[in-house]
Ligand binder design. Structure first.
Ligand SMILES: C[S@@+](CC[C@H](N)C(=O)[O-])C[C@H]1O[C@@H](n2cnc3c(N)ncnc32)[C@H](O)[C@@H]1O
Length: 200
């Protein structure tokens, strides 16, 4: 049941290096759109004092995540939950940090709206929302590989496509997050880190 995504195996360590100093030392980290589970199980193995909650709407994805957890013998990863980011309620009430990699461009905009609303509901003041993936930026020319990727996504589904960072950030601010910190990552991806504002 365990699945492998070559990109996840390549980018999980660079993501961990950005995340490690930003995460609390204890508490629960929720991942939305965990996919194969290779990210969250890598982070859980490296950060044993934290608990991790994977999720994905796909049944095969959830089976893959749980299989990786079993195979790696990780006691700090909970069974994967079915969470559709676009739903107005999620089957989990709170989290100390929320991660979401490579979902925003490959789902309708409603998933991003739901993700930001859900993160605002669940996170405590100051809590981290971490996003990873490709973005278009208003003031920086888009890499040819991302332009081609965007075209391909929109051909596969007109509701998909690489979003502009400014559009995602404006929505996040409207939901109660501060302006993001942005870290450039390999292969023209970004880490985008939001903190829940102190007033909730
Ligand atoms: C390209 S994969 C990324 C998986 C993993 N995060 C990674 O970076 O390797 C996109 C994932 O988004 C999930 N997804 C799509 N729409 C979603 C939604 N509305 N809510 C939550 N997850 C969604 C898919 O099931 C899939 O696992």
């Amino acid at each position: 049941m365990r699945r492998e995504a070559p990109a996840a195996a390549r980018n999980r360590q660079p993501i961990l290096e950005v995340l490690r100093p930003q995460l609390p030392t204890e508490g629960l980290v929720l991942e939305i759109a965990s996919g194969t589970g290779e990210h969250i199980t890598h982070f859980a193995a490296a950060l044993p004092t934290l608990a991790f909650q994977p999720s994905d709407p796909g049944e095969e994805a959830r089976a893959s995540i749980d299989d990786w957890t079993r195979t790696l013998g990780l006691g700090n990863v909970r069974p994967a939950l079915l969470v559709d980011a676009s739903a107005s309620s999620w089957p989990i009430a709170e989290a100390d940090a929320i991660l979401c990699s490579n979902m925003i461009h490959i789902s309708p905009w409603a998933a991003t709206e739901g993700l930001l609303a859900g993160a605002a509901r669940l996170l405590p003041p100051g809590g981290l929302l971490y996003l990873y993936g490709p973005y278009i930026r208003a003031d920086i020319s888009t890499a040819p590989s991302n332009r081609d990727f965007d075209k391909d996504l929109r051909r596969r589904n007109p509701a998909w496509g690489i979003r502009t960072l400014e559009e995602v950030a404006a929505l996040a601010v409207s939901k109660g997050f501060g302006s993001p910190s942005v870290v450039e990552m390999p292969a023209n991806n970004l880490s985008v880190l939001f903190r829940r504002s102190n007033t909730k």
